[in-house]
Design a protein around this ligand. Sequence first.
Ligand code: SF4
Length: 362
Amino acid sequence: MLKDYPIERLIQPLLEWYPSHARVLPWREDASPYRVWVSEIMLQQTRVEAVKPYFERFLTALPDIASLAQCPQDRLLKLWEGLGYYNRARNMQAAARTVMEEYGGELPADYEALLKLKGIGNYTAGAIASIAYGIPVPAVDGNVLRILMRVSEDDSDIMKQSVKSEAERLLLPVIPKDNAAMLTQAMMELGATVCVPNGEPKCGECPWQKHCLAFAHQSFQSLPRKGKPKPRKIEEKTVLVIRDGEKVLLHRRPKKGLLAGMYEFPNLEGHLSREEVARYVEGLELLPLKIEPLEQAKHIFSHIEWQMTGYMVRVAQLDEADLHKEGYVFAESYVSEEKYAIPAAFSRYTKYMDIHLGIRKE
Ligand code: SF4
């Protein structure tokens, strides 16, 4: 069990291993508090390789907290497009505004104050405080929990908050006061590159091998233990690409909830027939000329799965004056993808926006 394990003996071998094994990552070159924050938020749900180009693009467009705080929401969501989990970006902006108002534009060098900012939990506060400010506090995410559970051969359920809290409590006293930044990064690196989550851990390259109980008993495959996740809720939807020769109808999602404030193709609950779609389009006071089925698509959010079917609906000329429903816009089809942030959930259908004057661009 981790609580009975002499965790302090792990620190020195890890600090000696890290300098020659650290990957070159863009956010490590200049570990300013803002860069650490942006990278850690992006990395929460996305792989390192996928994050790199988004990180560069985001930092070029919004190089500091002031620019993030002032960025129009459409542009912010557009910059985040492709990373998913858009609430991360919205929360970052809310936090950036607080930082401008209360801390003069600098992230506070204080773990507790960081924790009070929107979207910053224990892990992110620990990462910013330790990496950017050298404050000896733990940053425990899934990677760090995995290596700790393996090295101590602890089969507690890592989905439980109490297990994570205990890991933080046990790490706190052993963090070196003068090298907290390196320890945090070294633990992350060991979890990401050696004691990997998928496939066999590379125990032969691991600085903890001689201290590792999971290696000694070859039990690493069953560790860490995760309780059963909640089953995903299945939602059936019918997605409509409603357009004339020039424009496409988009709908802005509500300000709260899943994909808040983003643009989407109009969509309806359930898998609808052509007749049901025609009735819906007429209800928007548009005249459907032709309704063609499109392919099916699936998108998985953390707890919800959308199973989508689609239709292309050609309508008589779209005219803003005819549109009386709130939240809908007619977007020029050939600029829509650049201008409006459309979530990846609809990516299977965005290609149908490129039909300009009846010519489908492949
Ligand atoms: Fe993980 Fe193997 Fe290292 Fe143990 S020895 S911490 S199982 S990589």
